[in-house]
Write a protein that binds this ligand. Sequence first.
Ligand SMILES: C[S@@+](CC[C@H](N)C(=O)[O-])C[C@H]1O[C@@H](n2cnc3c(N)ncnc32)[C@H](O)[C@@H]1O
Length: 224
Amino acid sequence: MQLSLPSVEKEQIIELAKNLRKPEGEFGLEVASGMNQGNREMNLNALKILNPQSTDKILEIGMGNGAFVSNILEHHEEIHYTGIDYSELMVEESIKMNQKWIDLARADFTHGDIDDLPFDDNSFSAIFTVNTLYFWNDPIKTLEELKRVLRNSGRLLISFRPKENMAKIPVTKYNFNLYSLKEVEELMAKAGFSNIRSNQFQESPLDFDGILIEKESLVVTGIN
Ligand SMILES: C[S@@+](CC[C@H](N)C(=O)[O-])C[C@H]1O[C@@H](n2cnc3c(N)ncnc32)[C@H](O)[C@@H]1O
């Protein structure tokens, strides 16, 4: 027998799904701060793999409110960071949170879509994105756009939670596209990335309304 959710709860879950995809308004602010807590370990693990270098010009797509930008820029004095997000609210929040880096001309934030990036070809030495893959409409088209703005031999890093775990979370029924590790590795190879490598991180489990969900994050990297 299939259990259906009470309708009020279902509406709340749909609202949460919308705001995870694109945070907007008061609830969007709450969701963004919740993501900072729930995805902290995952973001820091992704940055360990990114391993920013002094000469890096880094692009992050879907940085939310930009809570982890300092963790990148503190590495070396010369790294430059650009963040792009299609939520205007998240761009505004990122600017507020990172004003000191903007004043030092080490960070900038832009409003825009991953599928139509407002950057020249070969602009960045590294691109990364955490928890946005679920919202890509056409992954190969998106990967081609990332390849375009990535320099030759630049690295792309995609961090996500695998479908085996995500499928247990009710919110992912609403407009999320879920992937296994193998599927993402195959997509990267199909889009023409080479040296594809993966890392897996186990985090403390998430208690989602009494359902304990394994929190595992994956990082897939490839070279342009
Ligand atoms: C689930 S949140 C993840 C935020 C943060 N990276 C994290 O891991 O906590 C997804 C973010 O990506 C942004 N986003 C989703 N699809 C996007 C797209 N097509 N182009 C640009 N940003 C996008 C959303 O606005 C949101 O800020």
